[in-house]
Design a binder for this molecule. Structure first.
Ligand SMILES: [Zn+2]
Ligand SMILES: [Zn+2]
Length: 747
């Protein structure tokens, strides 16, 4: 049967559809007009919801030249009869029959004015229609909204089981029937997403992951290095918050690599630092193909590039020959220190008989590392050590002496290191990641775990911020100086300062020589023979102590505090001796990314937060409104108006905000003609092929390797880089792929 209602003319557009949301839909009629095919579908689907059936798109006719739809039929989902499946005999539990040959449908055709009208309509069904309480289960009524997808993706990434996430979201929406999708849809969505995540192969998926991060926050940075065969060798990435953190706390950097983080056994390296609460912060991370000087050089260069060229004052690494080679090339002004813990472990290995044979050797050796305050003292102690244990011809110690500036505290004390002496910070981060990682993880999963590890650390700062704002540290002595310190410093740093203050109470002034404008003090700690020299200049108020505590840690030492007290300057810490990075306001000000844009921490979280707020507000409203007919009408009438206004606002927003940033490529070296040719070539063939595979050598869990062993390995690796096929090429040209400003580099 066909209904003819040609007397009525009415064109449907967005506004009408919004007006009709949740309002019983009138029946379609012949010649009814729609702006687009999509509008017609939405209308028919709303009508179907009211009646109790589901809609399928059936045939479509398109203009062969323009591709514009000329006619389309929408049918009831029970249309047709399922063909007999040849496998039916083999299937134990065949699917239930859903087709009944129902003929209900609506057909639209394109009119000369570009709009669509209903040209055929059949309202009758040959089956029982779904009850209104089940209407939300009908397939065409189920849809996952983007904000909902974000929600359960977040839940999935946090390790929350899909069933629990579904239950939670259902409760928040005031019942699972209000969610607009079923738990099965959520499962399918996540499954498809995971499958999609790897559909481009590992290399493609990796770039895809980075690209998506970039879309979420344009300040996300990544760079991959490829070799001549377009295989990915080295990878570096840092999100917006890492760049932000480095901007605030990038004065001292800890870098260490670890294995067993992924099935490729690629060394994983994290750049780590300390925030104002003396907590670990992550500045960036890398997956390297190997640990050659060339790889490290690329990595450090890329890191600095990401951080707009800002170099750290000090970098700590383990005793790795390849790193030691790369650092002065990339950041010559940065003070490179080696991790004292690693060095001591190396000593235990190389000088084992001495440690075992002489009880005092350990303490004498440590004295050379930690206790000497200047070069003379160091050389005396070193000579004493060599003579006492007859070590003058020891090669290992001679090698160590050559790099004394990197480990002896006599040299390191004057460089800011936040008081740290080892890479323990980045090691503990790497160890934490190992807990998260299994060897069979693919790279995309690895990134998710990495993100969780980073998030854990970020949350620690949130907790510390809460403590800082809500809890006041106790003063051991109620004096103005400590009150001032408590006002400016974070809790942890205040504690460190208070310890220095306590020490100052035990400091005795042995002598003070005044030659205007300089006061030279000699002081010592009660019961200790070591004397410290403190110089105070009255013109500019500078104070320096031979213990170099301020230079090394960033807070004034007890000796200096004693002298300030003696000079009647005991009410406040002089401003020049308060490092901003240790204060409560360490994060004040803004940091820009590599493009010079101010960094926003997480634009995506803002969307999530807005969604949650709206949910709370509207669920309450709806809950109240449903109690009475009148209240319900009020809400429904206003909803139409609200929808129309909403649509206006969303229409105004620039579509470019949602567009993908385009990838452009260039390369840094070579002449202009060659560059143009390569740019073209790479643009037309921009897919990198594979992650370069290594011939994996099984490694022990222990990170500790002797520097000599490592040195040998580095030399052989830097000479020859095996390809995936195991063939060693005579030349290897690394290429670089980078986004957003993708760079291919021919070196
Ligand atoms: Zn039907
Ligand atoms: Zn001192």
């Amino acid at each position: 049967m066909t209904t003819n209602n040609s007397n009525v003319t009415h064109t449907l557009c967005d506004k009408d559809m919004d007006n009709n949301l949740n309002i019983a839909q009138p029946s379609p009629y012949l010649n009814m007009k729609f702006d687009t095919e999509g509008h017609a579908y939405t209308w028919y689907n709303e009508y179907a919801k009211g009646i109790g059936f589901s809609v399928r798109r059936e045939y479509v006719n398109k203009n062969k030249e323009t591709g514009v739809i000329t006619s389309r039929r929408f049918v009831c989902f029970k249309e047709g009869i399922r063909r007999k499946d040849k496998r039916d005999m083999l299937v134990k539990k065949p699917r239930k029959e859903t087709r009944t040959g129902c003929e209900a449908h609506m057909t639209i055709g394109l009119q000369p004015n570009g709009k669509y009208t209903i040209i055929d309509f059949e309202p009758n069904h040959n089956h029982k229609l779904a009850d209104q309480s089940c209407a939300h289960i009908l397939p065409s009524q189920r849809q996952i909204a983007p904000a909902q997808a974000i929600e359960f993706e977040l839940a999935d990434d946090s390790g929350i089981r899909p069933k629990l996430a579904f239950e939670l979201m259902g409760r928040r929406a005031g019942g699972r029937e209000n969610l607009g999708y079923l738990q099965q849809d959520q499962k399918n969505y996540l499954r498809t997403k995971r499958k999609n995540a790897l559909k481009y192969g590992e290399a493609g998926s990796l770039l895809n992951y980075f690209h998506n991060q970039l879309l979420e926050n344009p300040s996300f940075f990544f760079k991959v290095q490829t070799d001549i065969e377009d295989q990915i060798t080295n990878i570096f990435w840092a999100d917006a918050k890492m760049v932000l953190d480095y901007g605030c706390f990038g004065d001292v950097l800890f870098f260490d690599t670890t294995y067993r983080t992924n099935k490729e056994c690629r060394p994983f390296g994290a750049f780590v630092g300390l925030n104002h609460h003396y907590q670990q912060v992550v500045f960036g991370a890398s997956l390297l193909y190997d640990e050659t000087a060339a790889s490290f050089e690329w990595l450090f260069e890329t890191f600095l590039n990401c951080m707009s060229g800002k170099k750290p004052k000090t970098i700590y690494t383990d005793q790795d020959a390849a790193m030691a080679k790369a650092i002065p090339l990339v950041m010559p002004e940065t003070y490179h220190r080696i991790c004292l813990w690693h060095m001591y472990q190396n000593a235990l290995k190389h000088l084992n008989p001495l440690f075992k044979g002489h009880k005092s050797f350990g303490s004498d050796f440590k004295k050379c590392i930690y206790d000497c305050e200047d070069e003379d003292e160091f050389f005396n102690a070193w000579e004493d050590l060599l003579n006492k244990y007859d070590l003058c011809g020891n090669d290992w110690l001679q090698g160590l002496l050559k790099i004394k500036e990197k480990w002896a505290m006599a040299y390191g004390r004057q460089y800011f290191s936040a008081g740290k002496k080892s890479t323990q910070l980045s090691e503990s981060f790497n160890a934490h990641l190992r807990d998260y990682l299994k060897s069979d993880l693919d790279l995309v999963q690895f990134f998710k775990h990495f993100q969780r590890a980073v998030d854990d650390r970020r949350y620690n700062e949130v907790l510390a911020n809460y403590d800082m704002s809500q809890k006041i540290p106790r003063l051991k002595v109620n004096v103005p100086l400590l009150q001032h310190a408590r006002d400016v410093y974070t809790g942890t740093i205040f504690d460190m300062f208070q310890d220095e203050y306590e020490k100052s109470l035990l400091v005795i002034v042995d002598r003070c020589v005044q030659t205007e404008p300089i006061y030279e003090y000699k002081v010592s700690l009660c019961g200790h023979s070591r004397q410290q020299t403190i110089n105070f200049t009255s013109i500019d108020g500078t104070i320096s102590c031979s213990c170099k505590n301020f230079e090394f840690v960033g807070i004034l030492c007890g000796h200096a505090l004693k002298v300030l007290d003696d000079l009647k300057m005991k009410l406040m810490i002089p401003e020049r001796y308060i490092l901003k990075r240790w204060t409560k306001n360490a994060r004040a000000g803004f940091v820009t990314d590599v493009h010079g844009r101010e960094i926003q921490e997480n634009p995506k979280l803002e969307v999530g937060a807005r969604y949650n707020n709206l949910c709370n507000t509207y669920v309450k409203l709806v809950g109240k409104g449903a109690a009475s007919r009148e209240a319900c009408d009020l809400l429904e009438n206003n909803a139409s108006e609200l929808c129309a206004k909403l649509e206006e606002i969303l229409m105004v927003q620039s579509p470019s905000e949602t567009q993908l940033p385009s990838l452009t490529m260039c390369h840094r070296n070579g002449d202009d003609n060659a560059m143009a040719a390569n740019v073209f070539e790479k643009q037309s063939n921009k897919q990198v092929k594979h992650l370069k595979k290594r011939v994996v050598v099984e490694r022990g869990k222990s990170r500790h390797k002797s520097c000599i062993e490592k040195g040998k390995k580095k030399r052989s690796q830097s000479a020859q880089v095996p390809t995936s096929s195991g063939v060693i090429p005579t030349t290897c040209h690394p290429l670089i792929y980078q986004a957003p400003q993708v760079i291919f580099i021919y070196c």
